[in-house]
Write a protein that binds this ligand. Structure first.
Ligand code: PSU
Ligand code: MN
Length: 303
């Protein structure tokens, strides 16, 4: 398969770091365009990039811009992603259309994995991955994030999977696809807003160096595909959103919200009904993931 170079644009700073074996951290943009309200989304995106730099890595926010998958976004592009109405939410399915039309697209975890994979960035930080939705037997709604994770040699650092999902089924699919899930400094699979899900993870790693050695072993043996580092939200910022989640799911059902609109709807509904407490937890966990993810990138680059 030959790649058309016109369809991928890696910013010079990112490409230089990659060429020199310096640590780079890929970041998603759907969380900016659809996961948080303005201006918290922009402030968080900027803070996350700053944390990655503080830890000695180069941030590379991925988006679809002017007909190319862009790896690394300048300040003006971040601002557009955060504030423009009608930015497309791009997973693998949507990517060809948004590329061909030349419109602005925010990449989900799945779309960002494509960009990170093409650029050769092995570490990617997000908030929470998509997964198997509750009520899957009726809706068949399983996030493209799970398939995409199995396709790329990338470690994704997240606070587990969103508590709006069916977490036991999400863990089952991750196992089926051979995606190694590592509890970071925990034996429990975190549930996004809260460190507690009551579900055990099969494996844990307590330091960036330990994660790096597991990555080396996996890819060194040619076991292609991703690793999910499940990093719990800091205890003092954790937040029990079970009731707000139930309410949001009922509201989505009664309004007939489904497909790609569902996750943004639920996140917004929960943020509104908890007077921003869920948003504060979301911001805190993304920043925490950025710090741990950058440390993993540094450890992996040095190993
Ligand atoms: N986590 C967040 N906010 C988000 C998402 C995750 O804190 O906005 C986004 C991610 O981009 C993830 C997407 O890939 O939701 C999953 O959407 P879906 O369930 O439609 O696949
Ligand atoms: Mn879906």
């Amino acid at each position: 398969m030959s790649i058309d170079p016109a369809l991928i644009r890696v910013l010079p700073e990112v490409q230089e770091a990659l060429n020199q074996g310096q640590p780079v951290v890929a970041l998603e943009s759907t969380i900016v365009a659809h996961g948080m309200p303005y201006p918290a989304n922009l402030e968080t995106a900027q803070a996350v990039e700053a944390i990655v730099r503080e830890e000695g890595a180069v941030p590379a926010t991925v988006a679809v811009v002017d007909g190319a998958v862009q790896v690394g976004c300048d300040a003006a592009t971040l601002e557009r992603l955060a504030s423009e109405p009608g930015v497309a939410k791009v997973s693998r399915r949507d990517m060809p259309v948004v590329l061909a039309k030349g419109t602005l697209g925010a990449t989900t975890v799945s779309g960002t994995l494509i960009g990170a994979g093409l650029a050769g960035i092995p570490v990617f930080v997000t908030g929470g991955i998509g997964g198997v939705h509750r009520g899957v037997a009726d809706s068949w709604d399983i996030s493209a994030d799970l398939d995409e994770l199995a396709r790329h040699d990338v470690v994704v650092v997240s606070a587990g999977a969103k508590s709006i999902l069916d977490l036991p089924k999400t863990l089952e699919v991750l196992e089926t696809k051979g995606i190694t899930v590592l509890g970071y400094d925990t034996d429990e699979f975190p549930a996004f807003f809260t460190p507690k899900s009551g579900l055990a993870v099969a494996h844990r790693a307590d330091t960036p160096a330990e994660v790096a050695s597991i990555l080396k072993a996996k890819w060194g043996l040619g076991l292609e595909g991703g690793v999910l580092v499940a990093n719990p939200v800091p205890e003092d910022m954790g937040f029990e959103a079970a009731e707000a989640t139930e309410q949001a799911l009922r509201e989505a059902h009664s309004q007939g919200v489904e497909g790609k609109a569902l996750t943004p709807f639920l996140l917004k509904h929960i943020a509104d009904s908890t007077e921003g407490k869920s948003l504060a937890a979301n911001v805190a966990l993304v920043k925490h993931n950025a710090r741990i993810g950058a440390r993993i990138a540094v450890a992996y680059a040095a190993s």
